[in-house]
Write a protein that binds this ligand. Structure first.
Ligand code: AMP
Ligand code: TRP
Length: 339
């Protein structure tokens, strides 16, 4: 066994993923990727590009673009600091065990559990026809997580309910067929787990809203000028209070973005902005964001143009994911009496 593999096998396992439904925004970065990178040395990490989840909203997908979007997310993982020597990166649809385990788990998951999911309720409300894939989305997510005997799932707050459901599905399988699946836990940062839209601080920052409204989100590929412009237009209020506790949702969102990017304590930030106006706050927020994402952008475009490197990383990731996932899938099939 080589040294890298031995070290990986001894650490608790992390699994997480992002859908390749467009360029990532700072909400994805703060809620997910930054947490992954910061904890990378502590765990055996598996990061997936979940393209089978992306096709649950068919109108958001252009078949001609999907493969490129997958590459873009992979390049962004690497640019943000995911190191293929420490983490496995792979594409969900290239590892068939995910669909296979999802089917088996569908057969032990009550529909009523799925109908209760907040994300299903909000997404299905926007669809003319609700496909079964949208309802079963969290079962596929449970399969992703459970296939790798995952200990920890670092995600933004919106995914907490789905991780809870994965735990419930695993427990139900274990109680019906004998202990087979490991029960995972979510990891959610205290501050910044739900970054809000700049144009509407009552709505979560999301890729789908960013496509419809230009000033909704800061995309990780936005130029410094665009970032300054978008933040200067962010919704605030008329009361002028720069405090984490008392500020309106828009101002609190800007303060939270500052806190997560600058890494400074909240009291120090409040002291710094005391007596200053929102114009100053917005300029400073823009600068901390630009400073952190500028080097990421440089790496991103470099990696995206290096097709052989990207392919090598994804090929290595696929090979490890195939091996690991087969073990759990075999156990599950065995327990349930399938050959
Ligand atoms: P998605 O773009 O839906 O595939 O989300 C990828 C990851 O980013 C998940 O862990 C989400 O919970 C996280 N995420 C998405 N939007 C936000 C947000 N506005 N604030 C914090 N985390 C987010
Ligand atoms: N549903 C997650 C999201 O939209 C993406 C995802 C799919 C995921 N499978 C996962 C996240 C497994 C963590 C673990 O953000």
């Amino acid at each position: 066994m080589n040294k890298q593999k031995k070290q990986q096998d001894e650490k608790p396992r992390v699994f997480s993923g992002v859908q390749p439904t467009g360029i990532l925004h700072i909400g994805n970065y703060i809620g997910a990727l930054k947490v992954w990178v910061e904890n990378q040395d502590l765990y055996d990490n598996i990061f997936c590009i979940v393209d089978l989840h992306a096709i649950t909203i068919p109108e958001a997908i252009n078949p001609k673009d999907l493969k490129q979007q997958v590459r873009e997310v992979a390049a962004m993982y690497l640019a943000c600091g995911i190191d293929p020597k420490k983490s496995t990166i792979f594409v969900q649809s290239e590892v068939p065990s995910h669909s296979e385990l999802a089917w088996i788990l569908n057969c032990v998951t009550p529909i009523s559990w799925l109908e209760k999911m907040t994300q299903y309720k909000s997404k299905s409300g926007k669809q003319k026809t609700v496909n079964a894939g949208l309802l079963n989305y969290p079962v596929l997510m449970a399969a992703d997580i459970l296939l790798y005997e995952t200990d920890i799932v670092p995600v933004g707050e919106d995914q907490k309910q789905h991780v809870e459901l994965s735990r419930d599905i695993a427990r139900r399988f274990n109680s019906l067929f004998g202990t087979t699946l490991k029960i995972p836990k979510s990891m959610i940062r205290k501050s910044g787990a739900r970054i809000m839209g700049l144009d509407n601080p009552l709505q979560k920052m999301s890729k789908s809203a960013a496509i419809k409204k230009n000033d909704h989100a800061i995309m990780l590929t936005d130029s410094p000028e665009i970032i300054r412009k978008k933040i200067s237009k962010a919704v605030t209020d008329a009361n002028g209070e720069i405090s984490f506790r008392k500020a309106s949702p828009g101002v609190k969102n800007l303060l939270t973005i500052h806190e997560t990017f600058s890494g400074k304590p909240t009291l120090e930030i409040e002291e710094y902005f005391k007596g200053k106006g929102y114009g100053f706050l917005k300029k400073e927020v823009a600068e901390v964001v630009i400073n952190e994402i500028r080097p990421i952008q440089e790496k991103y475009f470099q990696i995206l143009n290096d097709k052989p490197y990207l392919e090598k990383v994804l090929e290595q990731g696929k090979s490890r994911a195939l091996g690991l996932s087969n073990i759990v899938l075999r156990n599950v099939k065995n327990q349930i009496g399938l050959s």
